[in-house]
Design a binder for this molecule. Sequence first.
Ligand SMILES: [Zn+2]
Ligand SMILES: [Zn+2]
Length: 381
Amino acid sequence: MYKKIMLLVLLFPVLISYGQRNDVEGMKYLDDHRRPLFRENILIPDVNGYKVLKSDFHTHTVFSDGRVWPAIRNQEVWEEGLDAYAITDHIEYTPFSKDVRVNHNRGYELVKKDAEKQNLILVKGSEITRQTPPGHFNALFIDDASGFIADRATNEYDREAMMKAAEQNAFIFWNHPGWKPNIEGSYEWLDFIEDLYVSKALHGIEVVNGFGIHLKALDWCIDKGLTVMGSSDIHNLVAHDYDLNQRHVRRTMTLVMATDRTPEALREALDAGRTVAWASKYLLGKEEHVRSLFEASVILAPSHYTEVKANGQATHFYQISNNSDLYFELELKDGKGTRRIVLNPRSSQQISAPEETTSLTYEVVTTYIRSDRHLSVVFTL
Ligand SMILES: [Zn+2]
Ligand SMILES: [Zn+2]
């Protein structure tokens, strides 16, 4: 009887999923080779009461030089467990224009409904693509992407395009500074950038673009109060560029600490600069935000065991847990105890310290709070 019930229970979902199909005599379906669809749950605890929104605000489609149709972007974002994204096709670079009609708003329009259905926050954006220097800028939360096409005949061409975006109350960030290192001025705080900055037409910088970290840009963000951004700048399928078959491999993204999972809260958090760039094993951002993420994720429990050697020397053992999908690697800087701790996503480690140790200071070497500084953490024992 039990077996029969189990068989029914097991068959039930199969019957439902196949029930819709018009089975035809003489036809067989090979569903065992289908990839099951599901959405990943990226685990990051709330930070100081803020929700951590996993976001990618730099992606491309065939409406500029990307390889995929916009709907694929939405599908990927849903499957990978992100909360928010933007399609940011180049305004001034449309290599497929002979095949795809140029329409700078179309990518967004095509996925708007899909995003709503899938409960994703879709932000309207575009990439303003100037010569390098000054390079490329992403404008988010725009009304009309065709509105920044500036008159190429004027000397103020670059500035005009940026100001038009700013007039739409866009959140604007400088993309991949330093991506063309051989061009003079491509990785410098140019007068043009300073002008945007003082004119309040520059709000963030991409500290990580895809697989490249721009450490100098992190210092600029910190020194000038700009928002730290990390994005994939994906042109192909995400699964083509990232080894998503490996556990815990994710695209480069921005972690946004927002009061709520809404477009308004997202915008407020970006304006307030509550972000950390997450790429590979690394977290980059302002010290307070990287620290908050660390403290929300990593917990050191009170000692659960004490070993006493024959000479009377006692050693305490502790469990340290990482309750997130982030990765942390710690190196001991001060105190006597475990020298190196590797905290893989959702895992724990055992550490130990002699009885007389009252605190351990570690550097979290997989974080950057400046180009030359990691986060330092102290565990009081
Ligand atoms: Zn670019
Ligand atoms: Zn791009």
